[in-house]
Design a protein. Sequence first.
Length: 343
Amino acid sequence: MQKHHWRMSLAPAMSLLVVTLLAGPVSPLVSHEAWRPRIPLGLDLYMPVPDDNPLTREKVELGRKLFSDPILSRDTSLACASCHHPERAFTDGRAVSEGVFGRKGTRNVPTLINRGYGVSFFWDGRIPSLEEQVLQPIQHPKEMDLTFEEVVARLKQEGDYPQRFQEALGTGIEAEGLAKALASYVRTILSGDSGFDRYLNGERHALSEREREGLRLFRGKGNCTACHIGPNFTDERFHNSGIAWRDNELLDPGRFKVTGKKGDQGAFKTPTLREIARTPPYMHDGSMATLEEVIEFYDRGGNPNPYLDPELRPLHLAPEEKKSLVAFLGSLSGSVQEGRGIR
């Protein structure tokens, strides 16, 4: 009976083996070994990652390669890295974006640092996930100007991309895999370990006296924490500071175009203040070249308009107080890293 039982239990396995062999070669197994980004001092140790796109070293490395490859633009003149320079904290230093053939955008290129913690994307928050966000510039006619069909066709003919997609995602080249790889890489672009972070961690001399005074103003008289809160110095919400209004005319509808709510006219997402000293020019339209200009703008209470955020009001900061605020904002620059992880 034991021998008979063994032979009966083996039969299904043998049948499965025969079917597998007849079906052809098996795709390489995708690595799912535990891997997470190395979180620098000051940031939340928990970064939300979608269940259907867990971080793996293979996907991050593929995403890094794609991020720097101009094959994703129509005239092969631009890569994602062309507008998001690591040395500029992943911005480009221009007032507004510039795409293929010199086509000008209408908004400033936002930094990519710490966007793995984001809950919505772009200045108007029209996109809810990184996986969707990373594909938008590729399609946009004023940015990289390629269809997904064109991108896929190019990548299938280019170097080791077919093998890299198979190893990282277990699939052929497709838009979904492109999104997952790029989003995985962007989640590793992080900034922390700044003077401010070290100060909070007990290193009392990590901030100068002027920077400490700036911190007090930031938390108090300046009312900056009304919007710039948490480890990433943003509430991830939308506010009308009046920057989109000129002479009672609304130049950019901002969040209103997404929601249709009257109160969202001219409202834009609160940007992170991490690395802010390295990411001029400022505001959604790049209209302010220096942090001093930004502080003057908020000191006078923004630009009046029917939907101005109620938290904005004249601050009446003294000249030395403004200098202290600028100094404190500089202390939010730390260590920018990308692609670093721990298993």
